[in-house]
Design a protein around this ligand. Sequence first.
Ligand code: ZN
Length: 242
Amino acid sequence: MIEELDKLIELQETDTNLRRLKKIIETAEARRAVIEQEFEQHAFSIREIQNRRDSNSEKRTGHEREIAENRTYLERAERNLKHAQNQKEYETAMREMDALQKAIGQAETSIVELLEESETVEKELADRADEISSLDGRRDAALREFDTSLAADKQEFATQTTHRAAAFATLPERLAAVYDRLAQRSRDGIAVAEVINGSCNACHISLRPQVQVEVRRGNEIITCENCSRILFVRPATSEAAA
Ligand SMILES: [Zn+2]
C-alpha cells in the first residue's frame, strides 16, 4: 500500500505541476502583450518629447524665414519712403515699415520663447538619453527572456505529460479511477492531500487522532472524512509528530 500511496503522491505532484504549467502557457500571450505595452509606453513618451523638439525647431525655422522675408519687404518700404513723391506715398511706406518692424519684433520674441522651450526639451532628452538608447535593446532582451522561459515551460509540460501518463498506468485500476474522480471533482485538481498539523491541507478540517494514526501508519489508503481526498503525511512531518 505504501508504494501505491507514493505513486499517488507523485501523480498529484505531477498534476499540480502540469496545472501550473498549463496556466503559464495559456496566459502567455496576454503576459507578453503586457511587456510589449510597457515598452511601448516608454517609446511613446520618448517620441512625444522628440516630436515637441521637432515641432519647436520647425516653428523657429518658420519664424526665421518670416523675418528674412519681412526684412526684404522692409528694405523695399525704405526705398519707397526715400523716393516718396507725395504725402500719400510717404504715409503708405511709413505704415508698411511700422507693420513690418512690428512683425519682425514679434517673430524675434517668438524665437526667444521657442529657444527657451527648446532648452527644456533638450534637457529632458539628455536626462533620458540612457533610457532612450537602451530601450530597444531592453525590450528585445525582455521578450527574448520571456520566449525562452515559455519554451522551457512548454518543453516541461510535454515531458511531464508523458511522465504523467506512464505514472498513471502503473496504478491499480480502482485507485486510478478514484484519483481521477477526486481530481476532476475539485477546482484545484487536488485528489491527494497532505496532513499538516493534524489537518487535511485541502479542506483544512482537523482530523480525528485515530485517522491521523492510520494515515501515519500508511498501511492502507485513508481518505479525509470531510472532503474524501486521499491523505498522506511526509516522513519528516511524521517524525516531528511522533
Ligand atoms: Zn479534507
